[in-house]
Design a protein around this ligand. Structure first.
Ligand SMILES: Cc1cc2nc3c(=O)[nH]c(=O)nc-3n(C[C@H](O)[C@H](O)[C@H](O)COP(=O)(O)OP(=O)(O)OC[C@H]3O[C@@H](n4cnc5c(N)ncnc54)[C@H](O)[C@@H]3O)c2cc1C
Length: 427
């Protein structure tokens, strides 16, 4: 064998797996199709980073992260109003819980850590197929080049055709996939801190539903970086296709919305890109291991959107840890059969990532409810308008104000109660 382990893809899942295995003394190569590590990768980018501390102690102090998220904003956006829950909490920064990141900076740093631990990182190397012998996977093929290893780790992201070729995944239904379109808008540091009420390295993360996607399933996000803002939309593919919408037009609709545009005023467009996002939750996680092969990160379907948080990067890291530890055991035993590789699945299931996927298994179905994106924003705005709009008519108590708004929405109390219950069960 050329190496103990070949890792396909130098994203978060691949780099964490490679770092941990190289640190344990194994020979590891990471192959990456991008001309440079990070060139192909895109996240919204809030990284819930406690898991990274397990791999790189003091992660937020050493890694090129942007801001520590101490303000979370959940908003319902309507054509002419925005209703939000604004949660500031300094405790979220001490110890640091989540950071905003730019993958073009973070991924090269992760690859450097893997290299420093002894892994070989090879950018510009696109794997075309897997090699196998006697029912065991033995390596990879890229053009005329072949590399062999005891174990191959597929960390090649949401589009992993290698996992499909290995019989581990099938074509996903459209509702399990979304497309994300994102811009990075440059602004002076002080402007960002003034506009978002931040100090020092504090950061804000906005999750918004409603008019930003023209009522399609999905939402908008806005995250503050040190000297830029990451902003964009994530829209479910089934709704995009069904409603004949364009994801780039929805992105523009969001950034130009009168409630959002002032937050970006005077900014300069630095980056623009789009990428698929896994939306199916636990239903997207299929077989993850074969003799000599494991699948990690997005390639394994490990993304979790609860509406309040979008998580994929921390789950990618957790799966990398589980894979590296199971492969370390397998290399020590010299056994790479199905049972040894299933050790990865057992470790993943026992980790917070496996447990969170199970806890939020109902979240994707809850987020398919069109009323979340169309009806609840106007309802909330109308109730609040009933309070704040002193139009000269005598005031009414909250119950009649609420009843009138509910009647206008056409929702009805039973439907409201059912949706509320579904939300409680899903989250
Ligand atoms: C718009 C958007 C917003 C998001 N927001 C968030 C967020 O705020 N927080 C969060 O935690 N997650 C977020 N996510 C999800 C997150 O980006 C992913 O879960 C995460 O990037 C998965 O990491 P990964 O290492 O598994 O895969 P990736 O980061 O996709 O890395 C896969 C790597 O494999 C390489 N590769 C692919 N095919 C091959 C091949 N054949 N040969 C060699 N190399 C190959 C790719 O070039 C890439 O470098 C978001 C995603 C999108 C698109």
């Amino acid at each position: 064998m050329d190496f103990d382990v070949i890792v396909v893809g130098a994203g978060i899942a691949g780099c964490v797996t490679a770092y941990r295995l190289a640190k344990a003394g194994h020979s590891v190569v990471v192959v990456e199709r991008g001309a440079e590590v990070g060139a192909k990768n895109l996240s919204g980018g809030v990284l819930y980073c406690r898991v990274m501390d397990k791999v790189f102690p003091g992660f937020a102090d050493q890694a090129p992260v942007e801001r520590r998220i101490t303000r979370n904003y959940l908003g319902f956006l309507n054509p002419d109003s925005l209703v939000g829950i604004d949660y500031h909490d300094d405790r979220l920064g001490k110890p640091v819980n989540a950071v905003s990141v730019l993958r073009a900076k973070l991924d090269p740093w992760l690859a450097e850590q893997a290299e420093a631990a002894g892994a070989v990182v090879m950018p510009g190397f696109k794997v075309d197929s897997l090699l196998s012998e006697g029912g065991k996977f033995t390596g990879i093929k890229a053009g005329d080049d072949e590399l062999t290893a005891h174990v191959v780790v597929l960390a090649d992201g949401i589009n992993s055709f290698l996992a499909r070729d290995a019989g581990l995944r099938t074509k996903e239904p459209l509702k399990h996939l979304a497309v994300g379109v994102k811009s990075v808008i440059g602004l002076p540091r002080q402007t960002i801190e003034d506009r978002f009420g931040l100090a020092g390295d504090q950061g804000a993360a906005y999750a918004i539903v409603g008019d930003c996607t023209a009522g399609a399933g999905g939402g908008g996000f806005l995250y503050t970086n040190q000297e830029s803002i990451s902003i964009g939309v994530v829209v479910r593919l089934d709704d995009l296709v069904g409603k004949g919408l364009s994801s780039s037009e929805l992105h523009d609709r969001f950034v130009l919305h009168p409630q959002i545009q002032p937050l970006l005023a005077g900014g300069e467009l630095l980056e623009y890109g789009c990428h698929l996002v896994a939306e199916g939750g636990k239903a997207m996680v299929h077989d993850l291991a074969r003799p000599g092969l494991v699948v990690v990160g997005d390639a394994a379907g490990l993304t979790l959107n609860t509406g309040l948080t979008v998580r994929g990067m921390d789950l990618a890291a957790a799966s990398g840890i589980a894979a590296a530890d199971a492969i370390d055991d397998a290399l020590q035993d010299g056994n790479f059969g199905q049972a040894a590789m299933d050790g990865y699945v057992a470790r993943l299931d026992q980790s917070f990532a496996g447990k969170d996927m199970a806890t939020y298994a109902k979240a994707p179905a809850f987020l398919e409810n069109p009323r979340l994106f169309n009806d609840y924003g106007p309802l909330l705005a109308n109730v609040l308008r009933g309070f704040y709009n002193l139009d000269g008519a005598p005031r009414e108590h909250i119950i009649p104000v609420f009843r009138a708004a509910l009647k206008e929405s056409g929702l009805g109390i039973t439907r409201l109660a059912r949706d509320g219950l579904a939300g409680v069960k899903a989250l």
